[in-house]
Design a protein around this ligand. Structure first.
Ligand code: C2E
Ligand code: CA
Ligand code: CA
Ligand code: CA
Length: 278
């Protein structure tokens, strides 16, 4: 690929050699991580109440050759600030749809795949066009794809969010709301947006056993979701007792280290052989 120096040589105007700020260097590193395929999707199982695999959440991983694994929280917010997170999201989505389509074809099985979409990305005009292209290019069945949007991405403009969500659903894909309950006007989104699934934030689950308030919040959100014909995924389940509690509250889908951490595609291939699938 073109080195940064080659690219900049064409610019003529800039003084040679060019010096880069730390932010520019970091952006360059991330883009190179994508070009060279270091940055890759991992997959965390989402389970149903019978312990079968319902689907996978795609979580990006960057095992950097010199710096060890860099977690998404270290580079996604940076890419959002610098305005190129859409490049990462598009790459991750396409990579994951491609890999998962192959795996499903090999195994003759179907899974829901959920991808995280940054707030900054979903409000960009191109989003739907790109999603459509990704689905076509990878032949991934739209009905097996869900996008996970956070409440913060919806804060910006409820009306615009509703348009985008409708467009996604018109493509045949689903819209899940992530980290539900962590933003103060949560309930307003349920009133105004045609969502499919609520992901109950892990912070409510952590102390569900001994904290009566947290338990009540979980119970109330689950009941409300069901009244509105939405499914609920409980996130961040680490203990069997948390799972038991959530099942009693009629939650239907579960995710967390208690089942599995996010897996690379080869680990996933191996894992899937030993488990029941829906
Ligand atoms: P998230 O979407 O809320 O993802 C859940 C996070 O919780 C993941 O962290 C996951 O590895 C972690 N997790 C799963 N089970 C457990 C558990 O039992 N206990 C605990 N303590 N944590 C658990 P991860 O992979 O580090 O991702 C962090 C955040 O980065 C994600 O939060 C998401 O907001 C963002 N992210 C990850 N991949 C992408 C991506 O491709 N695009 C965008 N825009 N954001 C992404
Ligand atoms: Ca998520
Ligand atoms: Ca989440
Ligand atoms: Ca989050």
């Amino acid at each position: 690929h073109v080195s940064l120096n080659d690219a900049y040589k064409d610019l003529g105007k800039v003084e040679w050699p060019v010096t880069l700020s730390d932010r520019e260097k970091y952006m360059f590193m991330i883009r190179r991580g994508i070009e060279e395929g270091q940055i890759r999707p991992h997959y965390q199982p989402i389970m149903n109440g019978d312990g079968e695999v319902y689907g996978f959440e795609v979580l990006v991983r960057w095992p950097h050759p010199e710096q060890g694994t860099i977690p998404p929280n270290k580079f996604i917010p940076f890419a959002e600030e610098e305005g190129f997170v859409d490049e990462i999201d598009r790459y991750v989505c396409e990579y994951a749809c491609h890999e998962m389509k192959q795996l499903m074809d090999q195994l003759g099985q179907k899974f829901i795949l959920t991808v995280n979409v940054s707030a900054k990305h979903i409000t960009k005009g191109h989003y739907i066009k790109e999603l459509k292209e990704t689905l076509e290019k990878t032949s991934f069945p739209p009905e097996l794809l869900a996008i996970e949007v956070t409440e913060t991405s919806l804060v910006v403009n409820l009306k615009e969010a509703a348009y985008v969500i409708n467009d996604v659903r018109n493509l045949g894909a689903q819209v899940w709301i992530d980290d539900f309950g962590t933003v103060y006007s949560s309930l307003n989104y349920l009133r105004h947006l045609p969502l499919d699934v609520i992901k109950l934030d892990g912070s409510f689950i952590r102390n569900i056993q001994d904290n009566k308030v947290d338990r009540t919040i979980c119970s109330t959100i689950i009941q409300l979701a069901h009244e509105l014909n939405l499914k609920v995924v409980a996130e961040g389940i680490e203990e069997g007792c948390q799972l038991k509690e959530l099942k009693q509250l009629n939650c239907e889908l579960f995710q967390g280290y208690h089942f599995h951490k996010p897996l690379g595609i080869e680990e996933l291939r191996h894992y899937i052989k030993g488990v029941k699938v829906l």
